[in-house]
Design a protein. Structure first.
Length: 269
């Protein structure tokens, strides 16, 4: 949807957050699910929102100025950055199977998108923004994991969404981006992004982050590439080659490796 270029990338990110906020803010207030635990948690939730807003903004720009495949591949290097950050800053250090699974999953991703992509890489601003998107997302994952240990999902998502909206709105205004004048299709795309891609998806991801290791969540999200290929084959009649099938299997196997736990041997009494 972003690649359709129906709206500027930065404004698209702003409306994605703003539309999601319009739905979630009244809901949490009416149902009384907005519960602040501490000022520190609120502050870090705001930082998470700003970081994630910047992530979506630069990712949208990278998609529109290059190819969706290149931008997606670059931002999906985020598990590597999450692993490094978790090793440096979190008590729950990544285990050996995480690094093995991540390497296997990225190899699967390369097979899935094809080697030709690397021959056509343009090392320009879009390339830099794609890499930056992965780094920003890794920072978001690590921060949100810390915050969600002390805050409920609905409260966290609400605060981060509102702060993302404000930050992206200010940036869009500063860069003189247009807030109106879009086609009906453009507005429809913005609504779908706000409700489906942001509100629903990020409630699920935040719930997963609260109950799983941040490293596992980041690697699991690589599975979206497999689903995207299946949907593209089903809905858009795109061809799926044997190499893509093998790549998808390798990618999913890599994700499975990150979830592997050695069985605990019970001693005989």
């Amino acid at each position: 949807m972003v690649k359709l270029n129906l709206t500027p990338g930065l404004v698209s990110a702003f409306y994605r957050m703003a539309i999601a906020s319009v739905f979630i803010v009244p809901y949490v207030l009416i149902t009384k699910q907005f519960k602040v635990t501490s000022k520190k948690a609120v502050l870090f939730s705001i930082i998470c929102g700003v970081v994630f807003g910047l992530d979506v903004g630069v990712w949208n720009i990278a998609i529109q100025q290059s190819t969706a495949t290149q931008a997606t591949l670059l931002t999906n290097l985020s598990p590597v950055w999450v692993g490094v950050g978790a090793f440096l800053f979190l008590r729950d250090k990544p285990k050996q199977n995480f690094w093995m699974g991540t390497i296997v999953a990225i190899i699967g991703m390369v097979l899935l998108v094809g080697f030709d992509l690397f021959l056509n890489f343009d090392f320009n601003l879009a390339f830099i923004f794609g890499v930056l998107s992965g780094m920003l997302y890794a920072i978001y994952m690590l921060l949100s994991k810390n915050v969600l240990e002390d805050m409920e999902v609905m409260t966290f998502v609400t605060i981060s969404l509102v702060s993302s909206t404000i930050a992206l709105g200010a940036l869009s205004y500063a860069f003189n981006e247009p807030f109106t004048g879009f086609s009906d299709a453009g507005w429809l795309v913005l609504v779908v992004q706000g409700i489906v891609c942001q509100l629903l998806a990020w409630l699920l991801i935040s719930y997963a982050t609260k109950h799983m290791r941040a490293t596992r969540v980041s690697v699991s999200l690589l599975g979206q590439a497999v689903l995207a290929s299946i949907l593209a084959w089903w809905l858009l009649n795109e061809q799926v080659s044997l190499q893509m099938v093998i790549g998808g299997i390798v990618l999913l196997f890599g994700i499975r490796l990150t979830f592997y736990e050695k069985p605990v041997l019970k001693s005989k009494v």
